[in-house]
Write a protein that binds this ligand. Structure first.
Ligand code: NAP
Length: 280
């Protein structure tokens, strides 16, 4: 068996088309959707990511302001700018890009993003609302995983899903989104005893760790679906996921590629969230 490669490009294009149509309608009514991306780093990977969001936004007819406050910006400068953007009626979506300067807490700063504009679900209040079943934007990457699975027709109800990684941006919100769809979810992390024993029960395995080749054949139940969230830069300027694709491809039914899997869906969802925020 060779695993099928489940690209995210097709569903991402569908979401981008929907967003562009809605953005055009909003612009025609005098409210062009506007996204602000607040940056305080000179990290190259981050700059590449921000450029790709800005390009995708502009293509969809969403105005994108990259607000670069410099790698030495203080928590006060960042917080004040997030307050101002939260108050600005012309701005509909706000993303706080990481990494942030040393000593600046991402969670504390994200509290300054108005929940209604929190298109990447970064404000802890958004996560709380999500868990409580109240309307809020989910972190785009976590939602992208579920969107990709549903697009490929995976029945999550009653399925055993193992998520490896418990970060606030990916693993934890993803576990909630999956539970909301009636999956039985197990979350693994760096202290999990015998990770392969836990993950090899799963119908669906999601790797969101940030370590190349962490997931090998021994982690995967034959016939399982494997979603690779990891984005790890390689020395030659490329990108690899957390899954050893060669080893896993002989066991899994399907595997999402890196790049071209979860990433494009994440970017497309940020656009959709911005358009939804502007529609309110
Ligand atoms: P993170 O905050 O560093 O969290 C990593 C998680 O992996 C932690 O929960 C950690 O466990 C766990 N972990 C570390 N080593 C492990 C091991 N040996 N075995 C099992 N679990 C282990 O990372 P993140 O922000 O969630 O990002 C995860 C990956 O997704 C990164 O590669 C990131 O670049 C990528 N990402 C991709 C997208 C996209 O759109 N495609 C978006 C966001 C992130 P502990 O909690 O015990 O430390």
């Amino acid at each position: 068996m060779t695993a099928r490669s489940w690209s995210g490009k097709e569903i991402a294009a569908e979401i981008r088309r929907w967003s562009a149509d809605r953005a055009a309608a909003l612009a025609a009514r005098g409210t062009p959707p506007r996204l602000a991306v607040v940056v305080a780093t000179d990290d190259g990977g981050s700059a590449w990511y921000v450029r790709s969001i800005a390009r995708a936004a502009e293509k969809a007819g969403i105005v994108c302001d990259v607000v670069d406050l410099g790698a030495d910006a203080s928590a006060k400068v960042l917080g004040d700018r997030l307050d101002a953007l939260s108050r600005d009626p012309a701005v509909h979506g706000i993303i706080l890009q990481t990494p942030l300067p040393a000593g600046v807490s991402a969670a504390e700063l994200a509290e300054r993003i108005a929940v209604a504009k929190d298109v990447d679900g970064a404000n802890p209040a958004s996560l709380g609302r999500l868990v409580a079943g109240l309307p809020a934007f989910a972190p785009a990457t976590a939602e992208a995983v579920v969107t990709l699975l549903e697009h490929h027709g995976v029945a999550l109800e009653g399925a055993e899903v193992a998520v490896v990684g418990r970060s606030t941006v990916v693993g934890k919100p993803l576990a909630h989104l999956l539970m909301d769809r009636n999956a039985t979810v197990t979350v693994g992390h760096s202290r999990t005893r015998d990770l392969p024993r836990v993950t090899s029960r799963a119908d669906v395995l999601v790797a969101a760790v940030g370590r190349p080749a962490l997931v090998g054949a021994e982690h995967v139940r034959p016939g399982a679906v494997v979603v690779d969230v990891g984005t790890n830069p390689t020395e030659d300027g490329g990108l690899v996921g957390d899954v050893d694709a060669d080893a896993v491809s002989g066991r899994a039914e399907a595997l999402t590629p890196v790049p071209g899997g979860v990433g494009p869906v994440t970017t497309a969802l940020l656009l959709r969230h911005t358009v939804e925020a502007a529609s309110r």
